[in-house]
Design a protein around this ligand. Structure first.
Ligand code: COA
Length: 182
Protein backbone atom coordinates (compact mmCIF):
# COMPACT_ATOMS: atom_id res chain seq x y z
CA UNK A 1 0.00 0.00 0.00
CA UNK A 2 1.41 3.36 -1.02
CA UNK A 3 1.59 6.39 1.23
CA UNK A 4 -1.24 8.03 -0.62
CA UNK A 5 -3.50 4.99 -0.07
CA UNK A 6 -2.59 5.03 3.61
CA UNK A 7 -3.40 8.72 3.77
CA UNK A 8 -6.76 8.11 2.10
CA UNK A 9 -7.70 5.23 4.44
CA UNK A 10 -6.47 6.66 7.71
CA UNK A 11 -6.90 10.40 7.47
CA UNK A 12 -9.94 10.95 5.33
CA UNK A 13 -12.79 9.34 7.24
CA UNK A 14 -15.97 10.99 6.01
CA UNK A 15 -14.15 13.80 4.18
CA UNK A 16 -13.50 13.95 0.46
CA UNK A 17 -9.86 13.51 -0.47
CA UNK A 18 -9.63 17.20 -1.25
CA UNK A 19 -11.21 18.29 2.07
CA UNK A 20 -8.87 15.99 3.98
CA UNK A 21 -5.83 17.33 2.15
CA UNK A 22 -6.80 20.92 2.76
CA UNK A 23 -7.57 20.24 6.45
CA UNK A 24 -4.14 18.68 6.78
CA UNK A 25 -2.67 22.10 5.94
CA UNK A 26 -1.56 21.20 2.43
CA UNK A 27 0.75 23.81 0.97
CA UNK A 28 3.36 24.61 -1.63
CA UNK A 29 7.02 24.25 -0.81
CA UNK A 30 10.17 24.06 -2.91
CA UNK A 31 11.03 20.56 -4.14
CA UNK A 32 14.23 19.05 -2.76
CA UNK A 33 16.24 15.89 -3.40
CA UNK A 34 14.44 13.94 -0.65
CA UNK A 35 11.18 14.43 -2.57
CA UNK A 36 12.45 12.61 -5.63
CA UNK A 37 11.32 9.10 -4.65
CA UNK A 38 7.76 10.41 -4.19
CA UNK A 39 7.93 12.51 -7.34
CA UNK A 40 9.27 9.56 -9.35
CA UNK A 41 6.50 7.30 -8.00
CA UNK A 42 3.92 9.71 -9.44
CA UNK A 43 5.88 10.47 -12.61
CA UNK A 44 6.20 6.82 -13.52
CA UNK A 45 2.48 6.19 -12.94
CA UNK A 46 1.09 9.03 -15.02
CA UNK A 47 3.42 9.33 -18.00
CA UNK A 48 4.02 6.74 -20.68
CA UNK A 49 7.46 8.30 -21.14
CA UNK A 50 8.38 9.58 -17.68
CA UNK A 51 11.33 11.82 -16.91
CA UNK A 52 14.23 10.02 -15.28
CA UNK A 53 15.30 10.88 -11.75
CA UNK A 54 18.44 12.31 -13.32
CA UNK A 55 16.40 14.95 -15.18
CA UNK A 56 14.74 16.03 -11.92
CA UNK A 57 18.13 16.20 -10.22
CA UNK A 58 19.44 18.33 -13.10
CA UNK A 59 16.45 20.69 -12.76
CA UNK A 60 17.15 21.09 -9.04
CA UNK A 61 20.87 21.66 -9.52
CA UNK A 62 20.24 24.07 -12.42
CA UNK A 63 18.11 26.21 -10.12
CA UNK A 64 14.84 25.76 -11.99
CA UNK A 65 11.98 26.76 -9.76
CA UNK A 66 10.64 23.38 -8.63
CA UNK A 67 7.63 23.00 -6.35
CA UNK A 68 5.59 20.36 -4.63
CA UNK A 69 2.11 20.70 -3.19
CA UNK A 70 2.11 18.53 -0.10
CA UNK A 71 -0.46 17.51 2.50
CA UNK A 72 0.23 15.33 5.56
CA UNK A 73 3.63 14.43 4.17
CA UNK A 74 2.18 13.25 0.87
CA UNK A 75 3.07 14.88 -2.44
CA UNK A 76 -0.13 15.68 -4.30
CA UNK A 77 1.31 17.63 -7.24
CA UNK A 78 4.58 19.01 -8.51
CA UNK A 79 5.66 21.50 -11.12
CA UNK A 80 8.83 22.99 -12.54
CA UNK A 81 9.27 26.31 -14.31
CA UNK A 82 12.47 27.68 -15.80
CA UNK A 83 13.49 31.06 -14.45
CA UNK A 84 12.70 33.93 -16.75
CA UNK A 85 15.31 34.79 -19.34
CA UNK A 86 14.62 37.62 -21.79
CA UNK A 87 11.16 37.98 -20.29
CA UNK A 88 10.24 34.35 -20.97
CA UNK A 89 9.48 31.46 -18.64
CA UNK A 90 8.81 27.81 -19.54
CA UNK A 91 6.74 25.28 -17.68
CA UNK A 92 8.85 22.13 -17.92
CA UNK A 93 6.68 19.70 -15.99
CA UNK A 94 3.39 19.74 -14.12
CA UNK A 95 1.84 16.67 -12.65
CA UNK A 96 -0.87 15.67 -10.19
CA UNK A 97 -1.03 12.39 -8.25
CA UNK A 98 -3.34 10.07 -10.23
CA UNK A 99 -5.63 9.60 -7.19
CA UNK A 100 -6.17 13.36 -6.99
CA UNK A 101 -7.00 14.25 -10.60
CA UNK A 102 -9.95 16.55 -11.31
CA UNK A 103 -9.84 18.09 -7.82
CA UNK A 104 -8.35 21.41 -8.91
CA UNK A 105 -4.70 20.67 -8.07
CA UNK A 106 -3.51 20.94 -11.67
CA UNK A 107 -5.02 24.39 -11.90
CA UNK A 108 -3.54 25.32 -8.52
CA UNK A 109 -0.07 24.20 -9.60
CA UNK A 110 -0.14 26.00 -12.96
CA UNK A 111 -1.35 29.15 -11.21
CA UNK A 112 1.55 28.82 -8.77
CA UNK A 113 4.04 28.51 -11.64
CA UNK A 114 2.56 31.56 -13.36
CA UNK A 115 2.97 33.53 -10.12
CA UNK A 116 6.58 32.38 -9.78
CA UNK A 117 7.24 33.42 -13.39
CA UNK A 118 5.65 36.81 -12.73
CA UNK A 119 7.87 37.28 -9.66
CA UNK A 120 10.84 36.63 -11.97
CA UNK A 121 9.54 39.40 -14.24
CA UNK A 122 8.55 37.05 -17.05
CA UNK A 123 6.26 38.69 -19.58
CA UNK A 124 5.13 35.43 -21.17
CA UNK A 125 5.07 31.85 -19.98
CA UNK A 126 5.32 28.97 -22.49
CA UNK A 127 4.75 25.24 -22.42
CA UNK A 128 4.57 22.22 -24.72
CA UNK A 129 1.87 19.58 -24.55
CA UNK A 130 1.00 16.47 -26.55
CA UNK A 131 -2.03 17.08 -28.82
CA UNK A 132 -3.38 13.76 -27.45
CA UNK A 133 -3.29 15.08 -23.86
CA UNK A 134 -6.82 16.50 -23.92
CA UNK A 135 -7.08 16.90 -20.14
CA UNK A 136 -3.94 19.02 -19.91
CA UNK A 137 -4.95 21.12 -22.93
CA UNK A 138 -8.34 21.75 -21.31
CA UNK A 139 -6.62 22.83 -18.10
CA UNK A 140 -4.32 25.25 -19.93
CA UNK A 141 -7.14 26.69 -22.04
CA UNK A 142 -9.30 27.20 -18.94
CA UNK A 143 -6.45 29.25 -17.47
CA UNK A 144 -6.11 31.40 -20.58
CA UNK A 145 -3.22 29.74 -22.44
CA UNK A 146 -3.42 29.98 -26.21
CA UNK A 147 -1.99 27.73 -28.88
CA UNK A 148 0.85 29.47 -30.71
CA UNK A 149 2.30 26.70 -32.88
CA UNK A 150 3.56 23.16 -33.16
CA UNK A 151 6.91 21.48 -32.83
CA UNK A 152 7.09 18.62 -35.32
CA UNK A 153 7.90 15.16 -33.93
CA UNK A 154 8.87 16.62 -30.57
CA UNK A 155 7.82 13.75 -28.31
CA UNK A 156 8.67 10.08 -28.20
CA UNK A 157 5.61 7.92 -28.91
CA UNK A 158 4.78 4.22 -28.91
CA UNK A 159 6.24 1.82 -31.49
CA UNK A 160 9.17 4.12 -32.24
CA UNK A 161 6.83 6.84 -33.54
CA UNK A 162 7.06 10.53 -32.71
CA UNK A 163 4.29 12.93 -31.71
CA UNK A 164 4.14 16.68 -32.35
CA UNK A 165 4.00 19.16 -29.47
CA UNK A 166 1.45 21.91 -29.24
CA UNK A 167 3.13 25.09 -28.07
CA UNK A 168 1.00 27.25 -25.82
CA UNK A 169 1.62 30.58 -24.16
CA UNK A 170 0.10 32.78 -21.49
CA UNK A 171 0.75 36.51 -21.55
CA UNK A 172 1.57 37.74 -18.06
CA UNK A 173 2.45 41.33 -18.80
CA UNK A 174 -0.63 43.49 -19.03
CA UNK A 175 -2.87 40.57 -18.06
CA UNK A 176 -5.07 41.51 -15.14
CA UNK A 177 -6.52 37.98 -14.66
CA UNK A 178 -3.38 36.38 -13.27
CA UNK A 179 -3.38 38.85 -10.37
CA UNK A 180 -6.56 37.11 -9.14
CA UNK A 181 -4.58 34.06 -8.06
CA UNK A 182 -1.13 35.54 -7.30
C1 COA B 1 -3.23 17.35 -16.70
C2 COA B 1 -3.33 17.36 -15.19
C3 COA B 1 -2.16 18.14 -14.60
C4 COA B 1 -4.66 18.02 -14.77
O1 COA B 1 -4.66 18.11 -13.38
P1 COA B 1 -6.02 18.01 -12.55
O2 COA B 1 -5.70 18.32 -11.14
O3 COA B 1 -6.68 16.71 -12.83
O4 COA B 1 -6.90 19.16 -13.22
P2 COA B 1 -7.88 20.19 -12.49
O5 COA B 1 -8.78 19.41 -11.57
O6 COA B 1 -7.10 21.30 -11.90
O7 COA B 1 -8.75 20.69 -13.73
C5 COA B 1 -8.63 21.99 -14.29
C6 COA B 1 -9.57 22.10 -15.48
O8 COA B 1 -9.13 21.19 -16.50
C7 COA B 1 -10.15 20.25 -16.77
N1 COA B 1 -9.57 18.93 -16.93
C8 COA B 1 -8.51 18.43 -16.25
N2 COA B 1 -8.28 17.16 -16.63
C9 COA B 1 -9.22 16.86 -17.57
C10 COA B 1 -9.52 15.70 -18.33
N3 COA B 1 -8.79 14.58 -18.23
N4 COA B 1 -10.54 15.76 -19.20
C11 COA B 1 -11.29 16.89 -19.35
N5 COA B 1 -11.07 18.04 -18.64
C12 COA B 1 -10.05 18.00 -17.76
C13 COA B 1 -11.06 20.25 -15.57
O9 COA B 1 -12.37 19.87 -15.90
C14 COA B 1 -10.99 21.68 -15.13
O10 COA B 1 -11.87 22.47 -15.91
P3 COA B 1 -12.85 23.52 -15.22
O11 COA B 1 -11.96 24.67 -14.81
O12 COA B 1 -13.79 23.84 -16.31
O13 COA B 1 -13.47 22.84 -14.04
C15 COA B 1 -3.36 15.89 -14.63
O14 COA B 1 -4.33 15.16 -15.34
C16 COA B 1 -2.03 15.18 -14.72
O15 COA B 1 -1.20 15.25 -13.81
N6 COA B 1 -1.83 14.46 -15.83
C17 COA B 1 -0.61 13.69 -16.03
C18 COA B 1 0.58 14.59 -16.27
C19 COA B 1 0.37 15.53 -17.44
O16 COA B 1 -0.21 15.16 -18.47
N7 COA B 1 0.87 16.77 -17.29
C20 COA B 1 0.80 17.77 -18.33
C21 COA B 1 1.95 17.64 -19.26
S1 COA B 1 1.94 18.90 -20.52
Amino acid sequence: MGLFDLFKNVVIGEDSLKDALEKSGAEFRPMNEEDLWGVMAIESRVYQFPWSERIFRDCLSSGYSSWVYEGAGVIVAYGIVSAAAAGEAHILNICVHPDAHMCGYGRKMVEKLICVAAEHKAETIFLEVRPSNHGAIKLYERLGFEEIGRRKSYYQALAGEREDALMMSFKIEGNATFKDFC
